[in-house]
Design a binder for this molecule. Structure first.
Ligand SMILES: Cc1cc2nc3c(=O)[nH]c(=O)nc-3n(C[C@H](O)[C@H](O)[C@H](O)COP(=O)(O)OP(=O)(O)OC[C@H]3O[C@@H](n4cnc5c(N)ncnc54)[C@H](O)[C@@H]3O)c2cc1C
Length: 454
């Protein structure tokens, strides 16, 4: 009998399989797709190898950096350019994201960089936070309600909606403060004001940047994990889809209908239970990458990029990353060209929803399958939308004739409405540990260590 079957060959499955095999377990990894890496993947645009999904990891834990060091990538862990990002408000104003904030909530409401966004009146209302009794807002059900009560509508709409909303692709009224800002409520009670709570959380955070990347791209983590797994003898099955995931066995089926039952002492799954998975009806995102030859962008007019109010006038993109400003290694590789990555919220598209196809709201462009990079003609609907948005966001004309290459991809996350696994199956990955590499890597390694220690 196999010691462990791991379902899903994304980063969670790869990390767990590698650790288990390294610890001496016989591991079978089942991945339904044709390749390993899941949401970590690269594509080539205008000759540049670029991350197609995740491009950084949070440093709130050292889990990813430690893994990178073990994989021989320690010297290639890099911090982003310190210039930071900008935001665009509902009425189309642009400004650097204030420095002492957290998810857009200002730690110093009367600081010049805050007043530049919310104005004097907004600042005075936000300042009232310091006079309110600390219980006010402390039991708010959402981040939006908490900020509104303490600091008023301007802070919420001009700062927190673009910043927190941009990071989580959700309005702050739908964000649970304890999930996106653990410790914030307790700090509010302790410190007596939201601004001081923000400053307290910031001072607790590790020094340095909140995220890091890998020179050459995050996809290098997957390359090294796969190489290591092979060395340690993980048996990889590419193609079979798990149709039943049980405590001591996984059933799979291949495209030609061949079924197999894989008994195991332990089963780890980085997917939802296939028996429970409903038709995906969730929203996702579309990324459009542009490689442009536009020397006016050399100055990095909006720092590392922009987070955009969802109702910003005349702009459809929700965020723009100026990747060649954010990552100096990429600027070097791009040799004067610029890499811009725009993201758009998408919704499921009728019958195509079952394949995970989504399209930006009502733009009439063709949907594509999740995770597949497709070239974009800068003159077609998608290309025109992207160059128009890049122009509006960067304040520099980005025209089709300057586009050297463009590509688009749709992504949608796991169907969390169908999350949950059969009893005894060990859940890892985004479905169980939430979005983001920092939490996923740490949790997958803990699960592997528990099995090895059992
Ligand atoms: C555009 C984008 C940008 C992101 N940016 C960042 C970022 O900058 N920083 C960050 O930390 N995180 C980021 N994330 C999130 C991060 O990429 C994911 O949280 C993480 O990669 C998820 O890894 P996973 O292994 O849990 O899942 P996945 O990568 O989804 O892997 C699951 C695997 O399971 C396979 N599978 C599914 N069902 C079955 C089945 N029934 N049988 C067999 N195999 C199956 C799938 O094919 C897939 O390969 C981003 C995500 C996206 C989409």
């Amino acid at each position: 009998m196999t010691d462990v079957v791991v379902v899903g060959g994304g980063v969670a499955g790869l990390v767990a399989a590698r650790d288990l095999a390294k610890g001496g377990a016989h591991v079978v990894l089942v991945e339904a797709g044709a390749r390993l890496g899941g949401m970590i993947r690269r594509h080539t645009v205008a000759g540049l190898d670029l991350d197609l999904g995740a491009e950084s990891f949070a440093t709130r834990t050292d889990a990813v950096e430690r893994l990178a060091i073990e994989l021989g990538l320690g010297n290639d862990v890099v911090s982003p350019d310190p210039r930071g990002a900008w935001l665009m408000t509902r009425d189309g104003r642009t400004a650097p994201i204030p420095q002492t904030g957290f998810l857009g909530i200002p730690g110093s409401p009367m600081a010049a960089d805050v007043l530049a966004v919310i104005g004097q009146g907004g600042g005075l209302r936000a300042q009232m936070d310091s006079l309110l009794p600390s219980p006010i807002g402390a039991r708010a059900q959402s981040l939006g309600a908490l900020v509104r009560k303490r600091m008023g509508e301007r802070v919420l709409d001009d700062l927190v909606v673009p910043v927190a909303g941009g990071v989580y692709s959700t309005h702050p009224d739908q964000l649970d403060p304890d999930r996106v800002a653990p410790g914030l409520r307790a700090a509010l009670q302790r410190e007596g004001s939201l601004a001081r709570a923000v400053l307290a959380l910031r001072s607790r955070a590790t020094a340095g940047s909140a995220v890091q990347g890998i020179r050459g791209g995050i996809a290098r983590l997957v390359d090294e994990l796969v190489a290591d797994m092979t060395t340690y003898g993980v048996e990889v099955r590419l193609g079979p889809r798990a149709t039943a995931i049980e405590r001591f066995a996984v059933e799979t089926v291949t495209a030609d209908g061949t079924r197999e039952r894989l008994p195991a002492q332990h089963v780890l799954a980085s997917t939802a239970d296939p028996a429970r998975t409903a038709a995906p009806d969730r929203t996702g995102i579309e990324l459009v990458t542009l490689v442009v030859d536009q020397p006016e962008l050399d100055a990095g007019p909006r720092g590392t990029g922009m987070l955009v109010h969802p109702d910003a006038d005349g702009v459809r993109a929700k965020a723009l990353t100026h990747a060649t400003v954010k990552w100096p290694w990429l600027a070097e590789a791009a040799q004067g060209r610029h890499v811009l990555r725009l993201s758009y919220a998408t919704r499921p598209d009728g019958d195509d929803a079952s394949r995970g196809a989504t399209r930006p709201d009502g733009d009439g462009t063709e949907p594509t399958e999740t995770g597949t990079s497709l070239p974009v003609d800068p003159d077609d609907a998608v290309g025109t939308r992207a160059t128009r948005d890049a122009t509006a966001l960067l304040g520099v004309p980005v025209t089709a004739d300057r586009v050297l290459g463009a590509a688009r991809v749709h992504w949608y996350g796991p169907d969390l409405t169908a999350a949950g696994l059969a009893e005894g199956v060990i859940g890892i990955g985004e479905t169980s540990s939430g979005r983001g590499l920092a939490g996923i890597v740490a949790a997958a390694r803990t699960s592997a260590a528990r099995i090895l220690g059992s």
